[in-house]
Ligand binder design. Structure first.
Ligand SMILES: CC(=O)[C@@H](O)[C@H](O)COP(=O)(O)O
Ligand SMILES: NCC(=O)COP(=O)(O)O
Length: 249
């Protein structure tokens, strides 16, 4: 069964709106794990607008204690700044089970593209090697159609398919929206890579995605899941996702 890693960025965003401790990111993580989620993701941004370095360390400790995967996302080339020591330094301290590298610019609203492996391949080699030496599984954010064979050549373990364009096309009724992801997933596996997926996945589109792209090892889902949880509650929402993943196996 595809594993579910819940991204808690949006819980931290809500907490930061008032500057206190509520809603509590750790309590949200415990609730998701108690409901059966397989792991926790955060993607701290250098401007600390949602998950912060202290959240990362606390979530890493919780996941270690629970024996579940902690997936830390970020750009290894973003400059450190006060409150954000840089992605590699954060990984060295938190030791996430999985590090997902994403080529986001500092000012980006959210992730909107994967790596250009032909262009970025050589400079990705050192951070990939460093993260693997720390004991992290390394996943690289990739667009449908990307030259993922290069991701394998530079030592990555997995790719994470950027599913934003799929989600948009699905919402417009595009029946073939996942075809590009399926083709890229097939090439990634042929090259020896595992395949994760994420961005704008939701209970409305997850079943269709997994039907079109079988064999996905993990989905990381945050924005829609936390939004849906406002209506249904966090634990029932996580359970809803797990039912979808179970039905797709
Ligand atoms: C890589 C990816 O798609 C997610 O990490 C997404 O970028 C979440 O980040 P935000 O919550 O900042 O939009
Ligand atoms: N890697 C994708 C992720 O963690 C969550 O993305 P989203 O569901 O918040 O769009």
């Amino acid at each position: 069964m595809t594993r579910l890693s819940v991204n808690l960025n949006k819980v931290a965003l809500l907490r930061n709106a008032r500057g206190g401790g509520e809603p509590d990111v750790l309590e949200a993580a415990r609730t998701c794990l108690d409901a059966g989620a397989h792991g926790i993701t955060v993607h701290p941004r250098p401007d600390a607008r949602h998950a912060r370095s202290d959240d990362v360390l606390a979530l890493a400790a919780l996941c270690r204690q629970r024996g579940v995967e902690f997936n830390l996302e970020g750009n290894p080339f973003a400059a450190p700044r006060p409150g954000y020591p840089g992605f590699l330094a954060l990984c060295a301290e938190a030791r996430p089970r999985q590090a997902t590298l994403v080529p986001d610019d500092d000012g980006q609203l959210t992730s909107d593209h994967g790596f250009d492996f032909a262009r970025d391949g050589d400079r990705l080699r050192p951070p990939v090697a460093e993260l693997r030496a720390l004991g992290c599984r390394v996943s690289l954010f990739a667009d449908a159609g990307a030259a993922v064979e290069q991701a394998a050549a530079i030592g990555a373990d997995r790719i994470e398919l950027y599913t934003g364009p799929f989600a948009e096309a699905h919402a417009r009724g595009g029946g073939t929206a996942a075809r590009g992801c399926a083709e890229t997933a097939g090439r990634a596996r042929d090259a020896g890579l595992g395949v994760n997926a994420g961005h704008d996945l939701s209970q409305a589109n997850l079943g269709a995605f997994l039907a079109a792209v079988p064999g996905v090892l993990e989905v990381s889902i945050g924005h829609a899941l936390i939004g849906e949880a406002l209506y249904a509650g966090l634990a029932p929402t996580v359970e809803g996702y797990l039912r979808l993943l179970d039905a797709a196996r």
